[in-house]
Design a protein around this ligand. Structure first.
Ligand SMILES: Cc1cc2nc3c(=O)[nH]c(=O)nc-3n(C[C@H](O)[C@H](O)[C@H](O)COP(=O)(O)O)c2cc1C
Length: 360
């Protein structure tokens, strides 16, 4: 009987009931464009917790209005938003899962229509409320508007916004936080030589390119309790020459660990429009394993981990400490229960009617 996947894991004293977590996935359902959670979020995050996930990471949530990807994203730059998250947090807690939130700034990839392209896709038009995007350098992501390069005051504003959002997240009851530094969004844009052409102390060497991320981490750590675990999501490779490498990522993760980060959530890509990404089952797992081996930090693997035995094997053989299952958990919001059934594990936290359903 195998059950590494359903063993608890502890981060900074926070015990999480298993290692099968749900990664952040934007829902783009805030019709009021005010960043405040809506009933959909209760249904969505509640069903994932009910479906057996150990922890759920709430979708990319803008730390400032212009840091949202689309106008329909969640935000955490005011207290109304904080209060709106409380019922979501309470519901997930009531179901025995832990809940984190991904704090994000979309940088030059902000101000787009929501992904499904209704009424339109790509860069928002001014009449629909497009805003000026910001980035390390005035270099557009292909197809999107040219961003303004952040000056020192702008950089300080970003750092402060992450810290303020972090405080609000903890006040809303979130168990842990994740800082989004992947997929071509602002902090990744600073890390990558492909989007960061700066010649000041934020550009050039890896140390300089990582400076903003480490400042954000320090500021966040400075306003939250020591007991709150902190995760950072990184694109470990960009899959193209000249981009961030796994070796560089490992160095960044070493620094992150020294600055009080507890978990490296290892993804890839997103900062270039066309990259030869070898998409397939578990294609990013080797990146997580490489970072884990180089740094010793706790790592989460993500990306086409769709099958219970595959997830079990990743954890059981130490390729990663946690697996994040995204789209498969949307296809089957009982994925955790189905995985437990396949692995022949009895989950004590499954509500009785749902246990009964599995007895046939
Ligand atoms: C609808 C959707 C929304 C997503 N939104 C986010 C997000 O907000 N933040 C993030 O870091 N990744 C986001 N992702 C990427 C997922 O977290 C995950 O890394 C990716 O889907 C690969 O895992 P999977 O194959 O298990 O789905 C999103 C993916 C999907 C499908």
């Amino acid at each position: 009987m195998s059950h590494a996947l359903f063993e608890p894991i502890t981060l900074r004293g926070l015990e999480i009931r298993n290692r099968l977590w749900v990664p952040p996935m934007c829902q783009y359902v805030v019709e009021a464009r005010d960043g405040v959670p809506v009933p959909w979020h209760l249904m969505h995050y509640g069903s994932l917790a009910r479906g057996g996930a150990g922890a759920i990471i709430v979708e990319a949530t803008g730390v400032v209005p212009e840091g949202r990807i689309s106008a329909n994203d969640l935000g955490l730059w005011n207290d109304a938003q904080r209060d709106g998250f409380r019922p979501v947090v309470d519901l997930v807690h009531g179901l025995g899962a832990k809940i984190g939130i991904q704090l994000a700034h979309a940088g030059r990839k902000a101000s787009v229509y929501r992904e499904w392209g209704v009424p339109r896709s790509g860069a928002m038009s001014p009449e629909d409320g497009a805003w000026q995007t910001v980035a390390p350098s005035a270099v557009a992501f292909p197809g999107l508007a040219e961003p303004v390069a952040l000056d020192e005051a702008g950089i300080a504003g970003v750092v402060d916004a992450f810290a303020a959002a972090a405080r609000r997240a903890v006040d809303a009851g979130f168990d842990f936080l994740e800082i989004h530094s992947a997929h071509g969004y602002l902090l990744h844009e600073f890390l990558s030589p492909l989007s960061n052409l700066r010649t000041d102390e934020y550009g050039g060497s890896l140390e300089n390119r990582a400076r903003l991320l480490l400042r954000v981490v320090d500021a966040v750590r400075g306003v939250i309790e020591d007991s709150v675990p902190l995760s950072v999501r990184l694109s470990a490779t960009e899959w193209v020459d000249g981009g961030v490498t796994v070796e560089e990522t490992s160095q960044v993760v070493t620094w992150l660990g020294q600055h009080g980060v507890d978990l490296a959530d290892i993804s890839s890509g997103g900062n270039v429009a066309q990259a030869p990404i070898p998409v397939g089952p578990g294609y990013q797992v080797p990146l997580a394993t490489a970072v884990k081996q180089a740094t010793g930090l706790t790592v989460a693997a993500v990306g086409m981990i769709d099958e219970p035995f595959q997830a079990e094997q990743i954890v059981a053989t130490g390729l990663a400490d946690i697996v994040l299952v995204g789209r498969e958990f949307l296809r089957d919001t009982s994925f955790g229960l189905h995985a437990a059934e396949r692995l022949k594990v009895q989950l004590p936290y499954v509500p009785y009617p749902y246990q009964r359903a599995f007895r046939r």
